[in-house]
Design a protein around this ligand. Structure first.
Ligand SMILES: Nc1ncnc2c1ncn2[C@@H]1O[C@H](COP(=O)(O)OP(=O)(O)OP(=O)(O)O)[C@@H](O)[C@H]1O
Ligand SMILES: [Mg+2]
Length: 254
């Protein structure tokens, strides 16, 4: 790792300079945080699982014509990605009431929403990622109406595709968060799906039991976090070729 320059270290991932200009290496850590960094832990094996799950989902999305930053997986914890200028918004798509929507609006968790709902949050750790409207976004220049239309269109396509994909393996896609970026090729700019899609960024419930198979296991101290992520990978048919050093078996320490 020392051969590469570290570009950014976040809470769950590290970005290194890639082998060619315009590329980055995304390294998936086992660290996890919740409630705006107030709760932290290391979940052994999580990074390996998220690297593999995100690779798989991004590849499937690429296959149906959704542009993503994913180039290829390099090893158990790293993937090569295209460097983009991240649009400073978290685009959340919800199908079933849960989390902050239930809390703020008093809609019981698990209520099927009449239609998919898209929300925008400003990516700002200092402010605790506040929810923003199209008015705020365009007034402050974080994006524009044309770009927002494209983000929403892409987010709904991702939702339709992933909802079906997860349904096929007995999992309800309750909600998820996407990040998009601007990728320049000469003078042309393309919007691309960036960051990761994993049980850290999605709410995934078992269809039969409503058992949580995502980061809520950590947020709510439900235990067996890595086991749940591993079960998602298993159902997707992509359990990593686990070596004893890289995945010494799941365990959570706080
Ligand atoms: N293709 C990309 N090009 C540039 N930056 C990217 C790309 N994909 C993801 N990122 C950014 O890399 C970082 C990934 O690290 P991580 O998810 O750990 O950050 P974080 O602690 O959640 O912080 P943040 O609030 O910035 O997301 C994020 O800031 C994300 O926006
Ligand atoms: Mg992040």
């Amino acid at each position: 790792m020392s051969r590469r320059r570290r570009v950014y270290e976040g809470k769950a991932k590290v970005l290194y300079e890639g082998p060619e200009p315009g590329t980055l290496v995304q390294y998936f850590k086992d660290d996890t945080t919740a409630f705006n960094n107030q709760k932290k832990a290391t979940i052994t094996g999580k990074g390996v699982l998220n690297n593999r799950i995100s690779e798989y989902l991004m590849t499937r999305l690429n296959d149906i014509g959704i542009p993503t930053h994913f180039v290829r997986r390099l090893n158990m914890r790293e993937q090569l990605i295209k460097e983009v200028e991240i649009i400073p918004l978290e685009v959340v798509v919800r199908n079933v009431a849960a989390g902050s929507l239930s809390k703020r609006l008093g809609v019981a968790e698990g209520t099927q929403l009449p239609r998919s709902i898209i929300e925008f949050y400003l990516k700002s750790d200092e402010l605790g990622d506040p929810m923003v409207t199209e008015e705020h976004i365009t007034a402050f220049g974080w994006s524009n109406t044309h770009e927002l239309d494209e983000l929403m269109h892409l987010a709904l396509r991702v939702n339709d595709f992933l909802s079906g994909l997860f349904l096929g393996i007995g999992i309800r896609l309750v909600d998820f968060k996407l990040e998009f970026g601007r990728y320049w090729h000469g003078d042309e700019m393309r919007i691309m799906l960036a960051d990761e899609i994993s049980p850290d960024s999605c709410r995934l419930w078992d269809i039969q039991t409503n058992e949580r198979m995502d980061k809520d296991r950590f947020r709510r101290d439900l235990g067996n976090v890595a086991e749940a992520y591993q079960e998602v990978a298993r159902r997707l048919g992509i359990l990593p070729e686990s070596g004893p050093r890289d995945m010494p078996g799941p365990s959570t320490m706080q």
